[in-house]
Design a protein around this ligand. Structure first.
Ligand SMILES: [Zn+2]
Length: 328
């Protein structure tokens, strides 16, 4: 990459850190390390672009107490990838042609982060100035923020053979379950007492719960979107959805996306949730301040949402008529 591109990417990184701090109140170790890197790239006019942790934290005392910084630095490329959607959106909104990219070199004694520039991938993001009037735009956020145990779900390809094996296992379980019910039924008929009867009722109930689970998965194959179970994501992460993405001839993949937006009515935070009224939407965005009135659709392909409730629509019309222009 040209020096000029590196500088442009560093400028974008620096401005993004600033934006995160001001607008979204985020200031993690990752942000501080990225800030220092970008600052150094700009100051050296693109000549310094590989960094060790020692270069980033000059003060040795700070380094010794900064074991968390060391940890973050060790996986700096992954951390950047976690924030890539937010950086991408920021670059599209502010016309940055390049965004930061990091390559970790772990061959030497100390880890080295090599700063690089990457052409801003603009696909799928409408810039803030071009969002249609009346619509809201969702910001995709740290999509891999799942518990480590479930991290494999994001990006998992759904290949036919493993799916067949899973279907077979479910079938076998189903048959085994039927056999179990038959045995329970026989015992109840032969020795009708309370314990045997309770056993039968309990196993029928468990079967009903499992059946509901399987139906939910079946539904997912049709709707291709479902709220991620709360147990999957870390507590602080915004509600995530699991989306089945079709990839032409290749196997479809599962994507975990968390998204949030700003409510145009009250400036509250719009988060994803199940609709609390009957409608054809599987997932909607609802404002945390007024989740029953400020509701929006959620389209993960365009990242846009349109008002659902009458209240929201009226409010937005009012805002437009009073000459506030485009709603962001
Ligand atoms: Zn609201």
């Amino acid at each position: 990459m040209e020096n000029q591109d590196l500088i442009e990417a560093a400028r974008c990184g620096l401005a993004w850190v600033e934006f995160e701090r001001e607008k979204r109140k985020r200031n993690e170790t990752f942000h501080r390390l990225l800030e220092t890197m970008c600052g150094d790239v700009i100051a050296s006019e693109g000549h310094d672009y590989s960094f060790t942790i020692k270069q980033l934290i000059n003060d040795i005392a700070a380094l010794e107490s900064g074991s968390s910084a060391k940890k973050v630095f060790g996986i700096f490329d992954q951390k950047l990838e976690m924030h890539i959607e937010s950086i991408r959106e920021f670059a599209v909104d502010n016309d940055y042609e390049f965004i930061p990219a990091i390559d970790m070199d772990k061959t030497g004694k100390a880890n080295v982060a090599v700063f690089d520039a990457r052409t801003t991938p603009k696909k799928g993001i409408i810039s803030a100035t071009q969002v249609p009037a009346g619509a809201i735009r969702y910001t995709f956020d740290e999509k891999h923020r799942l518990w480590r145990l479930f991290g494999f779900i994001s990006g998992m390809p759904l290949r036919p053979v493993p799916l067949l094996i899973i279907a077979l296992v479910i079938l076998l379980f189903g048959l085994a379950y039927m056999a179990l019910i038959a045995i329970f039924l026989m015992t109840v008929l032969m020795q009708p007492n309370v314990v045997n009867l309770l056993g039968l009722v309990a196993s029928l109930f468990v079967g009903y719960l499992l059946f509901r689970r399987i139906r939910a998965y079946d539904r997912f194959t049709t709707t291709r979107i479902a709220l991620a179970h709360d147990a999957l994501a870390s507590f602080s992460a915004p509600q995530a959805v699991v989306v089945m993405k079709l990839n032409g001839d290749a196997a479809p993949t599962l994507e975990v996306i968390s998204a949030s937006a700003q409510c145009p009515v009250c400036e509250g935070e719009v988060r994803l949730r199940k609709p609390n009224f009957s409608c054809s939407h599987e997932v909607i965005g609802a404002c945390r301040n007024n989740p029953t009135e400020h509701c929006f659709t959620f389209d993960h392909t365009t990242r846009l949402g349109w008002p659902i409730t009458e209240t929201t629509r009226r409010h937005l019309e009012k805002i437009q008529y009073s000459g506030c222009g485009v709603i962001k």
